[in-house]
Design a protein around this ligand. Sequence first.
Ligand SMILES: NC(=O)c1ccc[n+]([C@@H]2O[C@H](COP(=O)([O-])OP(=O)(O)OC[C@H]3O[C@@H](n4cnc5c(N)ncnc54)[C@H](O)[C@@H]3O)[C@@H](O)[C@H]2O)c1
Length: 348
Amino acid sequence: MKLLVTGGAGFIGSAVVRQAVAAGHEVVNLDALTYAACLDNVAGVAGNPLYAFEHVDIRDRVALDRVFAAHRPDAVMHLAAESHVDRSIDGPGTFIETNINGTYTLLEAARAYWLARGRPGDFRFHHISTDEVFGSLPGDPSVKFTEDTPYDPRSPYSASKAASDHLVRAWHETYGLPVVLTNCSNNYGPYHFPEKLIPVVILNALAGRPIPIYGDGSNVRDWLYVEDHADALLLVLQKGQLGRSYNIGGENERSNLELVRTICAILDEKRAKPNGSYADQITFVTDRPGHDARYAIDPSRIRDELGWRPSVTVEEGLEKTVQWYLDNEDWWRALQSRAGVGERLGTG
Ligand SMILES: NC(=O)c1ccc[n+]([C@@H]2O[C@H](COP(=O)([O-])OP(=O)(O)OC[C@H]3O[C@@H](n4cnc5c(N)ncnc54)[C@H](O)[C@@H]3O)[C@@H](O)[C@H]2O)c1
């Protein structure tokens, strides 16, 4: 297949690009190269004849039309987005612009292309979204997000993603555009931008700085290893039912405090400090405004319909992730000088 992947220079998009090329798909990576992008993430495929890069913003309809006409993709995998909740609290405007207006512009460009080709039934527009659109869960472990959970977004980021999900469903119902959607839990793994929780913990620990935990650390997330997620996305694209959405989770619920303690224990093993544990650096800081208490995915649909399951536990995935950061200092050092990285953002 020939895939047009938006946001392929970001964290999850680059994992999709690397896996898709390895699986023999042709890939056009379309990315505006915002502060969150890093072309080094796809350096391993940059010289591959199956790979092409387009430096384009999804809000630019003229450029999108040119890309569709030039590359004639069989499917779009739409991952380009502003993705950091804390930045959405400080500056919601770009989230509305990219996540809502950008998705609208991309849908219209895809629809025009699909119509011009005679409405092929096997074309796919795959929209990648988040479980944060469902809001916050109570502590009861039997209650999880299903595909039928009502939307209840609570941050500017999740509200903008919810709006984009609604647009994609509307383009399917109204215009017949062949779409599939996925909503996934928190990802982690190699190439995770150093402003997100897990890299912040690893890099602050190594630098001997305080390891910040928002509030009391009781917020629970369902952690999904990024390579498992990319694998699930390629499966849904090819085997998912038209018009349907699939929740993708890691079946790995952990409180932030448990997660951070696990990372510290892995670092204690791999790069012991002369005295004490990295956990001694844990510092509780003011909570994020509107911080959702718990996210957890019920993955029954993707498991039962498509036979997908995560391949690693969070302990296994964290072990690989910590090792990757230890081995790839040049990658993360280069990103630490970008605007806002290392600062406390989103305090309201
Ligand atoms: N990271 C997670 O845990 C997570 C969880 C659930 C869903 N998601 C969703 O997955 C997708 C990818 O997330 P990520 O963590 O890889 O994000 P990321 O911030 O690492 O990467 C986003 C990429 O999109 C590009 N981009 C941003 N605005 C653009 C624009 N206007 N035009 C073209 N490109 C643009 C950036 O340059 C960057 O390369 C997003 O849609 C996000 O909402 C992420």
